[in-house]
Ligand binder design. Sequence first.
Ligand SMILES: C[S@@+](CC[C@H](N)C(=O)[O-])C[C@H]1O[C@@H](n2cnc3c(N)ncnc32)[C@H](O)[C@@H]1O
Length: 207
Amino acid sequence: MAINTNATERTRARYERIAPLYDCIETLAERRHRLWRKRLWSLVEGPRVLEVGVGTGKNMSYYPEGMEITAIDLTPGMLERARQRAEALNVSVDLRLGDVQALDFLDNRFDDAVATFVFCSVPDPLLGLQELERVVKPGGHVLLLEHVRSANPVVGGTHGHAQSPGGAHHGGKHQPAHGGKCTSQWSAPGSGGKPGRGWNLQANCGA
Ligand SMILES: C[S@@+](CC[C@H](N)C(=O)[O-])C[C@H]1O[C@@H](n2cnc3c(N)ncnc32)[C@H](O)[C@@H]1O
């Protein structure tokens, strides 16, 4: 599958514009996200972990001790802020520019991969998930925290139209708090991945 370079460039440009304001914009939402981040990172076994779409480094406070963490982001402006945060928190992390749709790592390089609020802005999320499957060892985990439509019919009704999960793939239209609508697909456990693998969708931040 080829990368949609125009869409990827638009995503990068959008986050480059947002980068100086990102932490400020997210202040209120972050109060809710903190608990989810903590929970997600408590599930990471490591020791070699890849974080994709590290952004300004909001997950760094939750990195477990003793992990060897590599973190990538598409956007130089976001990554620069992540570098500043890593320095301020004295966190050891290998920060690199990179695109989850074309990862610059060998197969089976990591024990686990993590992404928080990233896949709704990746132009081809399926390609990104396939790349994560490639670089994570068999038996490893891909842990995702994403904005999804609420299961609560009242709250969910405010989130726009959504498809129900079904068949070999889960598909959904999400309306992320920070942007427009987008569509993503990811492999359901046992449907397309190698044996012993599964995609974990860990959180519903919509309600
Ligand atoms: C909404 S921010 C989330 C940042 C951070 N993960 C957090 O939880 O605050 C989305 C991040 O994903 C990055 N991103 C978008 N598309 C990407 C891609 N194809 N590969 C890597 N990072 C990407 C953006 O540059 C941005 O920093």
